[in-house]
Ligand binder design. Structure first.
Ligand code: FES
Length: 316
């Protein structure tokens, strides 16, 4: 879809929001809380951004982007090369981080820019009257987006802010938030990788069941390893066998052979490329599948994962 940036606004230090509308003014496809869109950026790269406006709105999508000089270029392109009036190409909203509406209680945890899908979830839960709490961690109030929107919301009494750079009393304490798990509770976390790993590990320590933990990563650490070797993949429908050299991904090799596996993030976070494995053991390098799904070894993400066995037979 072609969209136009109708508004660009700073929401906090280094965080800008972008309001997107259809170029022809048409209604935009619907979405649900937790959804994201793929945005094709100037320079040809594609990035995923969570939608953080109300799903009841059909005239606009709202995304927010942290300007991160360490990133691989997506956030800099959004901040520096996109302005009001810019036209962008985006994909239809997809939801890989949906709310479990049957939850008895929902705990929402956001780290920094991870607030974007989480805020949409909080507003949805407030709208349907579901019990929830929002815990929002950031470095300082200056770096915290959407403070006013949260403080003036109907759920402000359920929202808690924590600031790492503040005094001890303002910092997040996992045991306070994560103890008291009972069956039917669900936890959603989004933010930087280290924050999410800490929250998920703490939740497990406090007895949260793996199936009640939901996560959405923004960016993955590089997955290539120095001792990566070559291996083979076999396409089960045709029997074709391809060699995957140490320096290439499985999707690239398949693509060269005319077999297109749909991809989006190409770094193991979105799940678009998940493919069934019929034989062989994958070397999982994604952050999309759960530990239990990894252990089953019957599916994997060929955009970044590799093989532990000499050959993988793929359901393609
Ligand atoms: S393309 Fe996103 S996980 Fe593979």
């Amino acid at each position: 879809m072609k969209v136009i940036v109708t508004r660009k606004q700073m929401e906090a230090e280094a965080i800008a929001s972008f309001e997107l509308a259809a170029v022809d003014g048409a209604h935009l496809p619907p979405f649900s809380a937790g959804s994201h869109v793929d945005v094709r950026l100037p320079g040809g790269i594609t990035r995923q951004y969570s939608l953080c406006n109300s799903p009841d709105e059909t005239h606009r999508y709202l995304i927010a982007v942290l300007r991160d000089p360490q990133s691989r270029g997506g956030s800099l392109a959004m901040h520096d090369a996109v302005s009001e009036g810019s036209e962008l190409e985006i994909g239809e909203p997809r939801n890989l981080f949906p709310l479990a509406h049957e939850a008895k209680r929902t705990v929402l945890l956001a780290g920094g820019i991870g607030i974007t899908p989480v805020l949409c979830m909080a507003e949805r839960l407030a709208q349907i009257g579901a019990p929830f709490e929002l815990h929002y961690c950031s470095r300082s109030i200056e770096k915290t987006a959407f403070v006013q929107r949260i403080r003036s919301s109907s759920f402000s009494q359920n929202a808690h802010f924590y600031f790492d750079a503040g005094p001890e009393t303002e910092r997040f304490r996992a045991e306070k938030v994560l103890s008291g798990y009972s069956s039917g509770d669900h936890l959603y976390v989004c933010g930087p990788g280290g924050f999410m790993d800490f929250i998920l590990a703490s939740a497990k320590e406090h007895g949260w069941d793996e199936t009640s933990l939901h996560r959405e990563y923004f960016a993955a650490a590089p997955t290539a390893k120095e001792d990566d070797g070559s291996f083979e993949v076999q396409v089960s429908s045709t029997g074709m066998v391809l060699n995957v050299p140490a320096d290439r991904s499985i999707v690239d090799v398949l693509s060269d052979a005319g077999i297109a596996v749909p991809v989006s993030c190409e770094q193991g976070i979105c799940g678009t490329c998940v493919t069934r494995v019929i034989e062989g053991v994958p070397d999982h390098r994604d952050m999309f599948l759960t530990d239990a799904e990894h252990a089953r070894n019957d599916q994997f993400t060929p955009c970044c994962s590799r093989a532990c066995t000499p050959r993988l037979v793929l359901d393609l």
